[in-house]
Design a protein around this ligand. Structure first.
Ligand code: SF4
Length: 348
């Protein structure tokens, strides 16, 4: 195939997949949800101008954690390192149902993932189905070690809108350097099975996103990865930058190609964030993250739940969302984001 022809085919495929995803997302919208989004955007912009938090809307996105358990041992993940100070457990289905009932009129995106491997939840597909029945766009992230015949059938029947598969290497040797304990063959077989069954069933969803966390150890595999993803016919390939906890003194996980890094060298042997920290954060105005035991935390950077805004076991989502604690957090962000530990290492 000529070079121009292959570029043209890639472009066509990107346009087609973007269109399908956009149509899938918009099918879950309603006038109320769009109106709420406008209220959130207006509150955010006004808050930035007057430097005081205003909140007129309700969360348009939520990330809910099915479980903190994980089968792998990834080095930059507290779940993998078993380093949480918070307890490990499974999301209770009744609690999940209550959260969905409270948020379904405003929610445009539900990410069923925070820490841990979602497919370890015994009723994961049931959780997806419940949210799907309530008209919510659902997404999840997996290390794809559990995509067997039964799970694949269940997930295809659940109404899941998007499945993100993490695969950070194209050979077992490189893959296992970050995904410690992982089996690349299993991931690739699972992905292949899911895509084949989706085709067999004539389904367009879930859209399958292959996510590659670029590190110094795997960046040389990007060309091979692109060729593999094209041959597999995944819907989208995402090259994601890696968050490093202790980045100031450098790390072998930081890629040499700084296009794929969140950090750049300062010139004196140290490293700093590539992006300038600004005293704003749209995430604080659009959605929240919920741990398996109902705690509401500001965002996915608060992995160990250090900034708990409230608990959905005993409080309503709207009460927490508009609470004094949340307001104080948003105020601090607008005043000086560098004073919040989790925000210092964030590229938002
Ligand atoms: S870490 Fe701070 S700045 Fe980053 S998304 Fe979370 S709240 Fe926003």
């Amino acid at each position: 195939m000529k070079f121009e022809e292959s570029v043209w085919n890639s472009l066509l495929s990107i346009v087609k997949n973007t269109l399908i995803s956009a149509i899938g997302y918009s099918r879950h919208l309603s006038l109320g949800k769009v109106g709420n989004l406008l209220l959130l955007a207006t509150s955010f912009q006004l808050s930035r101008i007057i430097k005081k938090p205003i909140m007129w809307g309700k969360p348009t996105t939520l990330s809910i954690e099915p479980t903190t358990s994980c089968n792998l041992r990834c080095p930059e993940c507290p779940s993998g390192l078993r380093a949480f100070s918070r307890p490990t457990g499974m999301l209770d289905e009744q609690l999940f149902d209550r959260i969905i009932q409270q948020s379904k009129r405003s929610l445009t995106w539900l990410h069923l993932y925070f820490q841990g491997e979602p497919f370890l939840h015994p009723n994961f597909s049931k959780l997806v189905s419940l949210a799907h029945r309530e008209g919510i766009f659902t997404s999840t992230s997996t290390n794809a070690h559990y995509l067997d015949e039964k799970r694949t059938e269940e997930i295809l029947s659940s109404g899941l809108s998007q499945l993100i598969v993490s695969m950070d290497g194209i050979s077992q040797e490189i893959y296992q350097q970050y995904r410690i304990g992982g089996n690349l063959e299993k991931v690739q077989q699972g992905l292949h099975l899911l895509l084949a069954k989706r085709k067999e069933r004539n389904q367009l969803f879930p859209r399958v996103v292959l996510q590659f966390l670029v590190t110094g150890q795997n960046e040389h595999q990007i060309p091979d990865l692109k060729a593999w993803a094209e041959a597999m016919d995944v819907d989208e390939l995402q090259l994601k930058t890696t968050q490093i906890y202790d980045y100031e003194h450098g790390s072998e996980l930081i890629p040499t190609d700084t296009r794929y890094a969140r950090y750049i060298p300062t010139g004196d042997g140290k490293w700093k964030l590539k992006k300038k920290l600004e005293n704003k954060c749209w995430r604080m105005w659009q959605g929240a993250v919920v741990t398996w035991d109902g705690r509401v935390v500001p965002c996915c950077f608060d992995k160990d739940a250090k900034h708990v805004m409230g608990n959905l076991r005993s409080q309503k989502l709207e009460t927490i969302w508009k609470s004094e604690v949340y307001d104080q957090f948003r105020s601090q962000l607008l005043a000086d984001r560098s004073q919040i530990e989790i925000c210092k290492n964030c590229t938002e």
